[in-house]
Design a protein around this ligand. Structure first.
Ligand code: PNS
Length: 161
């Protein structure tokens, strides 16, 4: 059984994340969407529990896809998840340098390989950071986050400012 771990902050999940999840689900028996805290970033807007609930709603019906939160290093999460490899999406050149560094470090410190998915053209301009900014100012999140979450994410962000 081939298992992939798709790690990220998912604060909150976007249609860009869903693009990668759906495509990964077509390639692997199991895809574990892993919510990891990035120590280089502040603790986040949505709590881990909220991110799990949003992601679980978003992946409902996708066969083989589950959601789990992990603390600590990505390589340890990959081991705990029993993952054969890690998946990351690449949007533009701006992502490449950081992603290559992470992939090389994860291979060096944990023997974990990373498989990159080229983001679909319709999603390359979308980031969770921009979603948070737009949502906080009451902007329209249609097409930026999964349809089923537009209302809940929009309401939560509008309240969070
Ligand atoms: O969605 P993001 O913020 O781009 O995800 C980044 C994330 C959480 C995958 C990355 O920061 C990470 O792997 N954090 C866990 C800590 C870790 O393993 N750091 C070393 C990676 S080289």
């Amino acid at each position: 059984m081939r298992t992939a771990l798709y790690p990220g902050s998912f604060d909150p999940v976007t249609v860009g994340h869903m693009d990668v999840i759906v495509r990964a689900a077509a390639q692997f028996d199991r895809v574990i969407v892993g919510i990891l805290h990035n120590p280089g970033k502040p603790s986040g807007t949505f709590s881990i529990e909220e991110r799990i609930a949003l992601l679980e709603k978003a992946v409902k019906g996708l066969e083989g896809v589950t959601v789990k939160a992990y603390a600590g290093l990505l390589v340890d999460a990959a081991r705990k998840a029993g993952a054969d490899l890690v998946i990351r999406g690449i949007r533009t050149g701006a992502d490449v340098e950081m992603e290559l560094q992470m992939a090389r470090l994860n291979r060096q410190i944990g023997g974990v390989e990373t498989l990159f998915f080229a983001a679909s053209p319709g999603t390359v301009h979308i980031s969770a950071e921009m979603v948070r900014q737009i949502g906080r100012m009451g902007g329209n999140l249609q097409g930026l986050v999964p349809d089923s979450l537009v209302h809940s994410i929009g309401t939560a962000l509008a309240k969070s400012q």
